[in-house]
Every structure is written in C-alpha cells, then in structure tokens.
Design a protein around this ligand. Sequence first.
Ligand code: GRF
Length: 215
Amino acid sequence: MKKLLILISGQGSNLEALMAARQAGDLPVDIVAVISNRPQAAGLEKAAAAGIETRVVKHTDYPEREQFDAALAAAIDAYAPDVIALAGFMRILTDGFVRRYEGRMINIHPSLLPSFPGLNTHQRALDEGVRIHGCTVHFVTPQLDHGPIIVQAAVQVRDDDDAQTLAVRVLQAEHRIYPLAVRWLAEGRLHREGQRVKINVPIREAAPLIVPVSG
Ligand code: GRF
C-alpha cells in the first residue's frame, strides 16, 4: 500500500474527505501521518481521533523560511511517504523543498487555475464577475499555484452568492476531486508531459473531471 502524508494548517475538511474516502475503500493508501504548521489546527484532532499519527512543526519556531522547510522535510522523511497532499496548508514553500518532492506532492486550490492563484479566491472571483468558479488539484512546483493540473471541478456562481456561500459549494467540490487525484497519483496513473497531465483511467472514471456542482 502506498504511503500518504497530509500537510494541514486549519480545519482539515479536505483531510476529512481523504480519511472518509480511505474508510469507504475508495482510496487504497496508508495515511502515515498528518503534519501541521499550526498547533491549534482543528484537523490535528480529527486525524488523531481516526488513529492517525500527528506532528506539529511550528513555522514560528524558525526565523528563516529555509530552516522551517528543513525541519518540515525531516519530519516528512521520517515517514518515507510516496504521496504528499497539501490540504489547506497555508505556507509558501522554498524552491529546494518543492523540488525535493516534485512529482509526488500535490495541492488543492480553491479556484479554477490559472485564474486566481493566491488568497481570497472567492471574493476575487465575485469581483471579476465570473459565472464559473471552482477548484483545482495540481502538482506542486516552485511557482505558487501554477503546477501541472490534475483535475478541476466547476461550480456555478449564483447572483446572490457572497464569498461565504460560494466557498461552501467550492469546498464540497474540493472534497469530491481531492480523493480522486490522490488515488490516481498513488496508483501511478498520472503522467506529466510538461504542464499537461495525462490520466490513465477508464473513461467512466474520468467522466467527473469537470464536475458541475449546481445544487
Ligand atoms: C480550502 O478551500 C483549501 O483549498 C484551501 O483552504 C481551504 C480550507 O481547507 N487551501 P480545509 O478545510 O482545511 O481542508
């Protein structure tokens, strides 16, 4: 069984989605650890309650970004993971750290990249008046929120949406696509060709690549 390690900073709802998928038999991986940069991250308790090992590497303990990344890498490498999933992990990582795990580290981002990298994606989508918003799972590369795209889900923007209501529906879509992407990576079904990713799955399974979440 491939080893999955999850990095979080907050509530950990994507972490919960991954744990639920594993429980349901849809994600055949061993979740070896959950590591947070924030000790108060609610996701830590959720992981511990599920019997998963948790660690905290506080970024505030390290004056330099490189030092934090070195400590984080040491914590990660102790578990020798095959796949690293950033799930609401809110730190910018150094190039060296990213390259160390390139090809096996993925991130979920709450927008249809390459639109709206960075923070406050839902408000920025509303401010731009887009009709279709969503989320993206991508390989992590040194350029922030810009790695090869694995899967996206589209969410319709309603006239009465605000950033909160939109965030709720995007998060539901995140929970659908992240377990898929992690499974595909763990099963060796993803092949990077430059900025593009080819997915070797049956057509039926690839069908929800664009998930119209309107309800
Ligand atoms: C999610 O929208 C995630 O994509 C973003 O942070 C939000 C919270 O995620 N990076 P979670 O509930 O902690 O998984």
